[in-house]
Write a new protein. Structure first.
Length: 206
């Protein structure tokens, strides 16, 4: 069994979220020990003096230093102009553009942290069968559709087993978990303590 971070919440609010949690549960339960699964990774980047926000659905870290970013799109999608579009009640979104921007943002964040894992990405469409459809924006081999969904875990394991890197796994784990270390500023703490003592002394004198 793989480790997962953060722990899965028991509440399932809609069909899309249900499918994403199902993907997470399968990866957690059937990947062997040594694999680590992260989900709902918030991304905040600055491009052209503008703040941009995104989220990685799932990231799988292998024992050999491979990192797979997984975009999960449940429900109806359409293929158009060599791309994949997710349908929503109020419109549609370009799945591949979204995934590409998130991958670039993650690569930028990894470079800033001095981390260079073997980075892969894939798209999971658990409710849609692609058949012989060809897509320009992503290799067919990197799409897991409804037909390949049953063997998703072994597919993920096979992809990650073929790549290796000497990345600092502890540092990468902290990054994916959005953990950071802080060190107390002793000079600031001293000034605050002295100020508090003076205020207390002034109050007693009064």
């Amino acid at each position: 069994m793989a480790t997962i971070s953060p722990d899965l919440a028991p509440l399932r609010v809609d069909a899309g979220r249900f499918r994403e949690l199902e993907v997470l549960e399968r990866l957690r339960d059937y990947l062997p020990p040594g694999f680590e699964v992260f989900h709902n990774i918030a991304l905040h980047t600055i491009r052209g003096a503008r703040d941009r926000y995104g989220e990685i659905d799932v990231a799988v870290l292998s024992p050999t230093g491979g990192l797979l970013l997984i975009e999960v799109k449940a429900g109806s999608v359409i293929l158009r102009d060599g791309g994949v579009f997710k349908l929503y009640g109020n419109g549609e979104s370009d799945v591949m553009r979204q995934g590409r921007l998130q991958r670039i943002a993650m690569q930028h964040r990894l470079q800033e942290a001095g981390l260079e894992p073997a980075l892969l990405s894939c798209l999971v469409l658990p409710d849609y069968m692609l058949g012989d459809s060809q897509i320009v924006s992503v290799p067919r081999e990197r799409i897991i559709d409804a037909v390949g969904y049953a063997s998703m875990v072994s597919t993920v394991q096979g992809w990650l087993g073929a790549v290796h890197s000497n990345v600092d796994r502890a540092a990468l784990r902290r990054l994916l978990s959005n953990q950071f270390q802080v060190t107390p500023d002793l000079e600031t703490m001293r000034d605050q303590l002295q100020g508090t003592v003076r205020r207390l002394a002034d109050g007693l004198a009064t």
